[in-house]
Design a binder for this molecule. Structure first.
Ligand code: HEM
Length: 406
């Protein structure tokens, strides 16, 4: 299979269940494949890492959107993300990132350890009641509610409102896909309007009665005025924090559960020794990257993985392929939590490195061993199905039988 064929296979919705054959073909081709004029797919670990850390590479921002899509501002979802950290470049990105890092502190994440442990216990404790005919869907009853419970606790979104976010986040994250349909755009637009309206009211409430949460802290950063955070940026970043921290973590948890059930000897070891969770979660992140790709643009001519790339070229950075690059990882298709120097690129690298990485890791490190310990006989009730997404890779449903509870 040549590189062009591999890319079209990768982008074919029917290939969602398994991008690996396309990644392997790209690796055989080399770290960078030109697909069309000014359009490149980067699959090599070193090349992806170098691009992400290179200040000469730009994120997909409003200026790029202007050059590609004249009425993108009419779609609220696209416009909201364009005002967030993810889709901006310096100096705007640097200012927002500094502010967000100042409120999304290690102290706040550390303080969440008990919140996460309590939410995990509660969700796992309720699983037997959720079983129908002996089968429970872990997506509905664990991997979705846990991240939404944690991120809403951190943001300061009242627990009673959590129910509506699954639908909104699912609609909004279509923006992050390489391909999306007219229907996806419409749903994303409507979801963005609904979420913006929600956050506008919540910000007003927190201004009147401040709490120790991110909504209060970010609203205060906006209200401080000057070079702080504009109103549009406040909305863009609240939306980003809610949706970026949610579906991605759901996918990490679901991918981890299936991998551990598929590799019972490793599941057994983790059950015996929850301290292994750190290494296990890194290996889950590597082999089933919850975010499979991101993009950058060259601001000037560059040499990437030995390929000369002109200015203004679009680079699709395949994080999921980089994590399976045989030049970086021995036997990359093998799930091996003992692999040395495991450093997957699943949270990106460089200036846009995932702000929520410590939180996502914490959730998975607590939830995976806790589930296995509570239900030693946990087993898949049939093969789960993949979500119909290329980028955000996870399971649509995860039916299991719990067995006896410990
Ligand atoms: C950025 C992945 C969870 C908030 C990113 C990026 C990746 C990523 C790959 C970089 C995108 C780029 O460079 O273009 C993931 C994965 C997660 C996860 C795989 C779960 C397993 C979270 C959580 C939060 C979060 C829990 C927040 C609570 C963010 C934010 C950015 C980001 C705010 C933008 C940072 C910036 O542009 O400076 N994430 N993420 N993520 N993530 Fe995450």
């Amino acid at each position: 299979m040549d590189a062009a064929k591999a890319v079209s296979l990768l982008l074919d919705p029917r290939a969602n269940h398994d991008p690996v054959p396309a990644y392997e073909a790209l690796h055989r081709h080399g770290p960078v494949a030109q697909v069309a004029s000014g359009y490149y797919f980067v699959s090599g670990y070193e090349a992806v890492d170098a691009v992400l850390r290179d200040p000469g590479m730009e994120a997909y921002d409003a200026r790029r959107l202007d050059s590609q899509w004249s009425d993108w501002r009419d779609n609220r979802a696209v416009a909201l993300f364009a005002d967030s950290m993810l889709r901006t470049n310096p100096p705007q990105h640097t200012r927002m990132r500094r502010l967000a890092a100042g409120v999304f502190t290690a102290r706040r994440v550390g303080a969440l350890r008990e919140v996460v442990a309590a939410q995990v216990d509660e969700a796992i404790g309720e699983l037997p009641e959720k079983a129908e005919g002996g089968v429970v869907d872990l997506v509905t009853h664990l991997t979705y509610p846990l991240p939404i419970g944690v991120i809403t606790a951190l943001l300061g979104v009242p627990a009673a409102d959590r129910g509506r976010f699954r639908r909104l986040a699912e609609a909004l994250t279509a923006v992050l896909e390489v391909r999306w349909t007219a229907e996806d755009r419409r749903l994303a637009h409507d979801a963005a309007l609904e979420l913006e309206d929600y956050f506008t009211h919540l910000v007003a409430r927190r201004r009147a009665e401040p709490e120790d949460d991110l909504v209060t802290a970010l609203a205060a950063a906006h209200d401080a005025g000057g070079e702080q955070l504009t109103g549009a940026e406040l909305m863009g970043n609240l939306t980003l924090l809610l949706v970026a921290g949610f579906e991605t973590t759901t996918n990490l948890l679901g991918n981890g559960i299936v991998l551990l059930l598929d590799h019972p000897a490793y599941g057994e070891r983790l059950r015996e020794d929850p301290e292994l969770a750190t290494a296990y979660v890194e290996e889950v992140l590597r082999i089933e990257s919850p975010v499979q790709l991101t993009e950058r643009y060259t601001s000037r001519p560059a040499v990437i993985g030995g390929t000369e790339v002109p200015a203004d070229a679009e680079l699709v950075l395949l994080l999921g392929a980089a994590n399976r690059d045989p030049a970086r990882f021995e036997a990359p298709g093998v799930f091996d939590p003992d692999r040395p120097a495991n450093a997957p690129l699943s949270f990106g690298a460089g200036a846009h490195y995932c702000l929520g990485a410590p939180l996502a890791r914490l959730e998975a490190q607590i939830a995976l061993p806790a589930l296995l310990r509570r239900f030693p006989e946990l087993a898949l009730a049939g093969r789960p199905t993949r979500r119909p997404r290329m980028n955000l890779r996870g399971w649509a449903s995860l039916p299991v039988t719990l067995g006896a509870s410990a």
